[in-house]
Design a protein around this ligand. Structure first.
Ligand code: G3P
Ligand code: MG
Length: 288
């Protein structure tokens, strides 16, 4: 990620159009550094908001590594994602005993040769499972070591008691292993876990994840001092994207595999996309 030039540019978003009798006879252009208000003779008022900080480089997040190419959330998948040139790998962590394992489901059945709830197994028995192609369930520190700060890591907290261990491990890799704080992004659907992250660290980057839009999600993200909001593709609307940008946060959209939909999101101005085939995001950067 070090050699990726983050170019900044400006976007204008149409926020609202209003009519006002008072303005009908006085066309006015009001300009300041972040917004333009244009009042037309007809009485129509147009507000444009200028957003700085969007990245010209559409960020490629390898979902569970490169899950379209290798067993998800495995070292092979993360290596593949890095080889494909992602900016970020995304992974899911759960706590088992005193460790953070990289694993998505609450059950073992779909992705391993084991059965039952993760919570009902010991760390040793989970580590002995086959996740496909001879891969095992990795520990978070094994992924940090493999990546060796060659790209960013988006750690999604799944479940209880993951925040404190994740913060401690992230801080250790920043202090001792050459990671930069801006290469680590901690996200979760669980607001309590995110609040705990913020309690233990004022510096680490946070992203709020949501599945369904709800009231106050922007306020909640601002309260957490989040740098980004991760939204599902089906709720990626222009006004949602503009609203998040207007509050100086990035918009990352999950999980999109079709190139035409990746391109559509790019044209809508999102900052990053999660994909099981992250090379398609990289390809989309060069398609007009
Ligand atoms: O972090 C984006 C995405 O991974 C969230 O959903 O279920 O794939 O973890 P999920
Ligand atoms: Mg995830």
């Amino acid at each position: 990620m070090e050699d990726v030039k983050q170019k900044l540019y400006y976007k204008y978003y149409l926020l609202k159009i209003e009519t006002s009798d008072m303005m009908r006879s006085h066309p006015i252009l009001i300009w300041n550094c972040s917004s333009i208000t244009l009042s037309l003779k007809s009485g129509i008022q147009i507000h444009l908001f200028m957003q700085e900080g969007s990245s010209l480089t559409l960020q490629a997040f390898g979902h569970r590594g490169a899950a379209g190419h290798a067993p998800e959330n495995t070292l092979a998948s993360f290596q593949m994602a890095m080889d494909l040139g992602v900016d970020w790998i995304e992974l899911d962590v759960q706590r088992v005993e005193d460790a953070l394992i990289v694993f998505h489901d609450s059950r073992l059945d779909r992705t391993t040769n084991g059965t039952g709830l993760v919570a009902n197994h010991s760390l040793a028995s989970i580590r002995a499972l086959d996740v496909g192609n001879g891969e095992c369930v990795p520990l978070l520190e094994e992924v940090f070591d493999l990546m060796n700060h060659h790209c960013g890591i988006n750690i999604e907290l799944k479940g209880a008691n993951t925040a404190k261990l994740t913060v401690e491990m992230s801080q250790r890799y920043i202090q001792e292993e050459g990671w930069r704080p801006d290469q680590i992004l901690i996200s979760s659907f669980d607001l309590d876990q995110l609040a705990e992250v913020r309690k233990y660290s004022v510096d680490l980057q946070i992203a709020l994840l949501y599945q369904w839009p709800r009231n106050r999600f922007i306020e909640q993200a601002l309260e957490l001092k989040a740098t980004a909001i991760h939204i599902p593709e089906r709720f990626s609307r222009e006004h949602t994207i503009a609203n998040i940008h207007a509050n100086h946060m990035k918009v990352h959209v999950y999980t999109v595999d079709a190139i035409n939909r990746i391109l559509k999101l790019k044209h809508m101005g999102v900052d990053g996309i999660f994909s099981n085939f992250p090379e398609r995001i990289i390809k989309a950067r060069d398609i007009v």
